[in-house]
Design a protein around this ligand. Structure first.
Ligand SMILES: Cc1cc2nc3c(=O)[nH]c(=O)nc-3n(C[C@H](O)[C@H](O)[C@H](O)COP(=O)(O)OP(=O)(O)OC[C@H]3O[C@@H](n4cnc5c(N)ncnc54)[C@H](O)[C@@H]3O)c2cc1C
Length: 465
């Protein structure tokens, strides 16, 4: 009798963890192979030992009220806090509270998912032609451009209006204009997953990089490099949840997976046609919340930045910043998306910190010397050079309708796919989108395995080096 698991799950991010626990609950024997020495993938929470504050390297915000996340948090009564505070803007070198949101909203609402698809950049040129030259409208267009390349980490010349509209509609249904944090950050969610893995005795082979999958209908052999060398593991079904960036990697690159036979051409086309956005984020801890007294040289009685939540600008390096409001802790996070991330990726941590401090100097009018005296510690992770993500998160290209469906479509009831890029509900690039994709894939696998469920057995792994 074989000791093979019923399902091998590749990747222990939100999608892989969700699918694994659902499959185990359905009575299937699951083994997870994870390249990193930790679970969570693009959820990666550190704890600042000095202030006991969770610091996120990847996902930070719970966008709205997605049931996929709230169901897990509510069941365990995990406390959450809603993001709160004032939004500040830097325009023409001047700091002020933002007053452009309604105009940006009006522009975004003019996107029409029923018209022929076009890039966001083309849409902006077409939609607001009549207003050319009107200063306020031109300014709103600039902020809208910043929003799309910032929030979605997308190239405005490539991202499709259809994909953006689908995302906006999906967000409206879950109060996506609100944002929350769990008490210990996204680590709370990972703890829940870890508990569920323990309860259902799902083994996770960490530090195990899958290199190839040989498959035929009903059978797949997965080769991976683990702590004990190269190992192979067989199962009738494999769920692949690695980031799209990993599926796009060249065969000789670290983390890449070779499929033999190759994946069907429609799948390869979809892999090539969905984009991965780039982001560098840096979280800086200061000695004190120095921005509380800003802006300097303000008029008496004018508002200070004491209650600041977000700071928006058109800066070339870190255009967006935020605090942990309503929590009053001395942390600022800088967000460098798209072109800014391209320039910062692969640079040393000290270059990133230096650039971040220079940016704050430009935006807040505080001298670099003063900022350096106040600065204590920085946290940052380069998701672009990380071989197991290769970028931040996915977005849809012009003319790419239906690509997520193709990305997630099972192959010969043997290879199954999940991960944020395969979500079909308009929630790509989010934790709840990844969870939804894991649930969808688990249902597909359970359905395919119906009637063939075996008793739970330990996985058989042959170490050959
Ligand atoms: C900087 C940043 C900020 C973000 N902010 C937010 C936010 O505020 N809110 C939000 O909802 N979402 C946010 N996201 C997106 C969110 O983190 C992701 O959409 C989600 O975590 C993806 O989950 P996943 O399971 O699809 O992929 P992943 O979490 O990437 O999991 C895939 C797993 O596969 C593993 N793997 C890769 N290659 C191999 C291999 N060859 N062999 C074995 N294992 C392999 C990886 O190590 C990883 O653990 C952010 C992401 C980033 C990068």
């Amino acid at each position: 009798m074989s000791n093979d698991p019923d399902v091998i799950v590749i990747g222990a991010g939100a999608a892989g963890l969700t699918a694994s626990t659902e499959l185990a609950r359905a009575g299937l024997a699951v083994t997870i192979l994870e390249a990193r020495e930790r679970i969570g993938g693009r959820i990666f929470t550190l704890l600042d030992a000095e202030c006991h504050v969770p610091v996120e390297m990847g996902a930070e915000f719970i966008h709205g009220k997605p049931p996929e996340i709230w169901h897990l948090l509510d069941r365990r009564k995990i406390p959450t806090t809603e993001v709160d505070g004032n939004n500040w803007c830097v325009k023409d070198g001047q700091l002020s509270t933002c007053n452009f949101f309604s105009e940006v909203d009006r522009i975004l609402k003019r996107m029409d998912g029923r018209k022929q698809d076009q890039s966001f950049l083309d849409f902006l040129e077409d939609c607001c032609r009549k207003s050319n030259g009107r200063h306020r409208q031109e300014e709103a267009k600039k902020w809208a451009l910043g929003y799309v390349s910032g929030f979605n980490a997308a190239d405005p010349a490539l991202v499709g209006v259809h994909w953006l509209v689908k995302g906006m509609r999906a967000e409206e249904k879950i109060q996506g204009d609100r944002a929350f944090r769990a008490q210990h950050g996204y680590a709370d969610l990972i703890d829940i997953f870890q508990q569920e893995l323990n309860d259902s005795a799902v083994p996770v082979q960490k530090g195990t990089v899958v290199e190839s999958i040989q498959w035929l209908r009903g059978r797949a052999e997965v080769s991976a490099r683990g702590p004990q060398g190269v190992m192979t593991l067989s199962a009738p079904r494999v769920l692949i949840t690695v980031p799209l960036g990993v599926l796009q990697a060249r065969a000789d690159e670290n983390g890449a997976i070779r499929f033999s036979p190759a994946l069907p051409s429609e799948k390869l086309e979809a892999i090539g046609n969905v984009m991965m956005g780039k982001v560098i984020r840096v979280t800086l801890r200061f000695r004190e919340r120095f921005w509380e007294d800003l802006p300097r040289f303000q008029k008496t009685n004018s508002k200070t930045m004491r209650g600041m939540s977000f700071l928006f600008s058109h800066d070339d390096w870190f255009p967006t910043w935020w605090t942990r409001a309503p929590e009053k802790v001395p942390f600022l996070t800088g967000w460098a998306p798209f072109h800014c991330a391209e320039r910062l990726s692969g640079q040393t941590k000290s270059f990133v910190i230096e650039t971040a401090l220079q940016t704050l100097h430009r935006l807040l009018g505080v001298s670099v010397q003063e900022l350096e005296t106040l600065f204590e510690h920085a946290y940052c992770h380069d998701w672009q050079t990380d071989p197991f993500s290769r970028a931040a998160y996915s977005y849809g290209k012009v003319g790419g309708d239906g690509m997520e469906e193709v990305l997630g479509k099972p192959v010969e009831e043997t290879l199954f796919f999940a991960g944020e890029a395969t979500d079909t509900g308009g929630h790509n690039g989010t934790v709840h989108g990844a969870i939804a994709s894991g649930k969808r894939a688990a249902a597909e696998i359970s359905h395919a395995a119906a009637g063939k469920t075996k008793g739970r057995k330990p996985a058989r792994i042959r170490a050959s080096a």
